[in-house]
Design a protein around this ligand. Structure first.
Ligand SMILES: [Zn+2]
Ligand SMILES: [Zn+2]
Length: 251
């Protein structure tokens, strides 16, 4: 077997050496699933963990996509959407925000793993809502202060991957977050709506007249954030705003 020094002048041997070296490293430190920490060669989240994400299934509110807990209930509007029609046209989520999905989103937010964003973004593109035709995909923006602190916007990362998968333009800079809002954990619906009021604006030169938009976020809780974004997009002329999130918190 060639040694590193003797292979220096022989590129094919060097390549062989590097390949062997990588294989050796993989044996010593095998790639692991970020969720269960078991070995997973093919992806950041292993097949079993991905299969354990609990999908939101019918019956769902026909507007905001909230699941109805009573079995055999028809798809209709939920109590909130009967009281007040939401600012978006329709909202959908893939999974319940619980257990491994909640962990996956925490990892997406706090560990900058572009391969994890790619994996989760690909899951987004499997939702039937993405079969509709959209002019633009817009991720919910972070405030500049939060963006600087975190270094990236997780919703933008998954939106980019979705855009690549369904061949649709992603525009992350049209919508801006101009107010650093408080973290919304523990806030009630009305408090959340007030918290995000006036938090977003469209860049001055943006004209969305007649456009059909798919708004992307990681988690949907009361819909206050995506609702406020939808209002701004509609004010800017958007014809239709559909919302898609990876996960949904059930309050
Ligand atoms: Zn796993
Ligand atoms: Zn609803």
């Amino acid at each position: 077997m060639e040694t590193p020094s003797s292979s220096h002048n022989h590129p094919p041997a060097t390549n062989l050496f590097m390949a062997l070296f990588r294989a050796f490293i993989d044996i010593l430190f095998p790639p692991k699933c970020l969720i269960c920490m078991r070995h997973s060669i093919e992806q950041e989240i292993c097949t079993q963990c991905t299969a354990s994400f609990k999908p939101l299934i019918s019956p769902l509110c026909i507007l905001c996509g909230s699941p109805f807990l009573t079995e055999g209930d028809d798809n209709h509007r939920c109590g909130n959407c009967i009281k007040e029609i939401p600012p978006f046209d329709i909202a959908a989520s893939l999974f319940y925000y619980e257990e491994k999905m909640a962990l996956a989103i925490q990892k997406l937010k706090y560990s900058k793993k572009s391969s994890l964003a790619a994996h989760l973004g690909k899951l987004l593109s499997e939702h039937p809502i993405t079969e509709n035709v959209f002019d633009l995909i817009i991720p919910v923006p972070l405030h500049l202060s939060r963006l600087r602190e975190r270094g990236f916007n997780q919703s933008q990362l998954i939106a980019k991957e979705l855009g690549r998968n369904i061949s649709c333009n992603v525009k992350a800079s049209l919508l801006e977050r101009i107010k650093p809002t408080l973290p919304q954990v523990g806030m009630k619906r009305k408090e959340r709506i007030l918290n995000v009021k006036g938090a977003f604006q469209l860049r001055e030169d943006v004209d969305l007249r007649g456009k059909s938009i798919l708004l992307i976020d990681d988690v949907f809780t009361t819909g206050a954030t995506v609702g406020e974004c939808s209002k701004i997009l509609k004010k800017g002329g958007a014809n239709e705003v559909s919302v898609l999130t990876l996960a949904r918190v059930i309050l």
